[in-house]
Design a protein around this ligand. Structure first.
Ligand SMILES: Cc1cc2nc3c(=O)[nH]c(=O)nc-3n(C[C@H](O)[C@H](O)[C@H](O)COP(=O)(O)OP(=O)(O)OC[C@H]3O[C@@H](n4cnc5c(N)ncnc54)[C@H](O)[C@@H]3O)c2cc1C
Length: 387
């Protein structure tokens, strides 16, 4: 097994880290206190980061992308998350939208929208979850009814990342409820052509990462914008194979930030006449934090490596997501402990790292759902029983 990044990847990691610490880190606190990024703010940051391959790394060169390996994209996502989880989320979700468009869009849709997406000016989102359909995606209620040359979309999507700032959404909806998951399609809903409303939702962590409720009320969508008829559910699951491993890298980045802060604090803070880092119980906490973060990172990059090799990675990606997110919660919690009362203050970033890590055990499927996927794949027996 080769655990090393290439020389190019190592250089990219170091260059990006340096840039993010200098140019982005000083702005994070102010934005996180303010809440969800506006479209203009998100575009400004995305454009700043495009030259490194952020966002465009998921796209083919012919559309203005830089078509990086999944592992290289993982390095970028981890480094950005180490500085600002929310921005990493916004970038990754928009990249996910472009990935679906590239995989399932018509030639006309790809030619028209992918270069716009690669320019960083066009933000996308993926609308799957509904008030009554969270873990059980197959029970979604949003319907698409064909009327001549267009569909009418009716339903509500909730907790949609980038929803309030998106120029377009892929909306998973059913055209035939009797077919269950096989009756679903992804509908490309372009905001300048089809009307839907967005309401921003406040949450514990990742506060600059917009999460919104989207309402579709007879939303008119051209017939040709129904992508993947009958296979929308399958496409969603294929996207999750990538996104779950990426969430693993995100949480490795957030956990790493809390480790770096804790090492510094343990060296600088004195009690009983010496640095708290000299106490064995503080050292033990740091070692546990490093062990779990390294393990989560290895699982995530292992899944991305399988993707790069064109191999299946469903359970490996779920395992990475389940372990790395939960490990990041434990790690960032220990970081607060090492900082004592200061760990609870928003003068230090560790309380944000904890809130951000805690937030990530839910999206892209909860920890429990990931474990059920791993269990199903290794046993060949479904742990989920549908009614
Ligand atoms: C920050 C954030 C970003 C998000 N972004 C998006 C997005 O961009 N697009 C999108 O479509 N959605 C998004 N979501 C929604 C997310 O995907 C859902 O919240 C998630 O799938 C869980 O659904 P739920 O919240 O309805 O929980 P529920 O499904 O109601 O689950 C509640 C609890 O029951 C458990 N549970 C459910 N079923 C089982 C079972 N069979 N066995 C054992 N336990 C079970 C769950 O693990 C959980 O603990 C986002 C959520 C968050 C927090």
């Amino acid at each position: 097994m080769d655990f090393d990044f290439t020389e190019e990847q190592q250089m990219l990691k170091a260059t990006v880290r340096n840039y993010l610490e200098k140019e982005i880190a000083p702005q994070v606190n102010e934005h996180e206190k303010k809440g969800a990024l506006t479209k203009a703010e998100a575009v400004g940051f995305i454009k700043q980061l495009l030259p490194f391959g952020f966002l465009s790394g998921f796209l083919p060169e012919k559309y203005g992308g830089s078509q990086l390996e999944a592992k290289t994209n993982g390095i970028l996502v981890e480094e950005l998350s180490r500085v600002w989880g929310s921005l990493a989320g916004t970038l990754f979700i928009s990249a996910g939208f472009l990935w679906v468009l590239n995989e399932a869009g018509s030639p006309e849709q790809r030619e028209r929208l992918l270069p716009l997406g690669a320019s960083g000016e066009y933000i996308g989102c993926l609308a799957i979850t509904e008030p009554n359909a969270g873990s059980d995606v197959s029970s979604l209620e949003t319907v698409a009814t064909l009327k001549g040359n267009h569909y009418l979309l009716n339903g509500t999507k909730t907790w949609i990342s980038n929803g309030s700032i998106a120029d377009a959404a892929f909306v998973l909806a059913t055209t035939d409820k009797s077919l269950g998951a096989l009756g679903m399609a992804f509908f490309l809903v372009e905001k300048n052509k089809s009307h839907f409303t967005a309401r921003e939702l406040h949450k514990l962590g990742m506060r600059s990462f917009p999460t919104s409720e989207l309402s579709f009320d007879d939303c008119k969508v051209p017939k040709e914008n129904a992508l993947d008829p009958g296979a929308g559910y399958k496409r969603t699951m294929a996207f999750f194979d990538i996104s779950r491993a990426m969430v693993g890298t995100m949480c490795s980045g957030i956990a790493q930030a809390s480790i770096d802060a804790s090492i510094k604090y343990a060296q600088e803070r004195n009690q009983f006449g010496r640095p708290i880092g000299s106490f064995q119980m503080i050292q033990e906490m740091l070692v546990d934090m490093i062990t779990e973060t390294e393990a989560g990172r290895l699982l995530a990059f292992r899944a991305l490596d399988l993707l790069d090799k064109g191999q299946k990675c469903r359970w490996q990606s779920s395992l990475a997501k389940a372990f790395a997110t939960e490990a990041a919660v434990r790690t960032t919690s220990k970081a607060i402990q090492i900082h004592g009362a200061m760990g609870l203050s928003d003068e230090f970033a560790v309380e944000r790292y904890f809130r951000d890590a805690r937030t990530m055990t839910i999206p892209d499927g909860t920890t429990q759902m990931q474990k059920l996927i791993v269990g199903r794949d290794i046993l060949g027996i479904r742990g989920i029983v549908w009614p």
